[in-house]
Design a protein around this ligand. Structure first.
Ligand code: R5P
Length: 287
């Protein structure tokens, strides 16, 4: 980092903000594996996340950050676990609505501080009927975050319009979030992802999206995103909807923190996936 950049960073962030960010984005590598488990806030009991505690607990040792709502945090996450929390603070629409963008802030900054979280996250829906509302929500959150030393992550959500995920759209949405003053952006990987990275002066992580066909597809996504400038992933379904979630997150970690390539990540996955015999031991029904 140049002296100037360092100085700029000093001016922009106070100690609490920097400390919280460095709990999530690990200083040793400058990267992060965030585990996204906040889907229930609009999707209800999502497949394989029906019992959040059961899904989360085995994966936590490999997650740099856990993304959840305050309801799941209070009911399903042991306060003795020390993984930093990324708290989802936007919501207001369910999967039953065609337009998912009609969101407001659903948890206060005071509660986020009380819960001792490392950052708060809010979705913006750029280009929709709720564009202004969600951008203003974000601005309010950034103002409050500044007051409390709480980093804010913007999520460039696309609702049900998954084909919106191209570089032109995502570059616009990420830049808008950065201009409002967020500390981190979560977006999607796409073709020409470097355009998204180059236009966004704050760190980016990528979501995984709906479950992909193969482990190799997931590792390719993570590998390309990091190679092209993302500081990591905030991934959910492609980890915990896999038959071998721990093996999956270990493969992702190898890419994000150890610069493993896709072949090496697959090797990590294969070494850690359950063999038929361990599956039998763990599940007495098959014993
Ligand atoms: C949507 O519910 C959230 O923003 C998720 O945290 C985000 O989509 C990442 O999860 P996934 O990798 O399953 O897309």
């Amino acid at each position: 980092m140049t002296d100037r950049k360092k100085a700029e960073e000093e001016i922009q962030m106070d100690w609490g903000m920097k400390n919280r960010l460095s709990r999530m984005i690990k200083p040793a590598t400058g990267r992060s594996v965030m585990l996204a488990c906040d889907h229930g806030y609009f999707m209800g009991p999502t497949n394989k996340l029906e019992n959040p505690r059961k899904t989360i607990e085995p994966l936590l040792p490999y997650a740099d950050t856990l993304a959840v709502t305050r309801g799941v945090l209070r009911n399903c996450v042991d306060p003795k676990w020390d993984t930093p929390i990324l708290l989802r603070v936007s919501g207001g629409s369910s999967i039953l609505k065609d337009d998912l963008g009609d969101e407001e802030i659903t948890a206060s900054m005071k509660d986020a501080v009380r819960l001792n979280v490392a950052a708060v996250a809010l979705s913006i829906f750029v280009g929709t009927a709720h564009e202004k509302q969600t951008l203003v929500n974000l601005s309010k959150l950034v103002d409050e975050g500044g007051e409390y030393g709480m980093p804010v992550m913007a999520i460039t959500a696309v609702g049900k319009e998954l084909d919106k995920r191209d570089a032109k759209y995502l570059a616009l949405a990420c830049r808008l979030a950065a201009e409002i003053g967020v500390q981190v952006v979560k977006t999607y990987y796409c073709e020409d992802f470097t355009k998204v990275v180059n236009g966004c002066p704050v760190p980016l992580v990528v979501a995984g999206g709906p479950k992909l066909n193969t482990e190799e597809d997931v590792f390719n996504l993570a590998f390309n995103a990091v190679r092209e400038g993302a500081v990591g992933v905030d991934m959910g379904r492609n980890i915990w909807q896999n038959e071998n979630p721990v093996a999956m997150i270990k493969g992702i970690r190898a890419i994000v923190h150890e610069n493993a390539n896709v072949r090496e990540a697959l090797q990590v996955f294969n070494e850690n996936k359950k063999t038929p015999s361990t599956q039998r031991i763990e599940n007495p029904i098959h014993a």
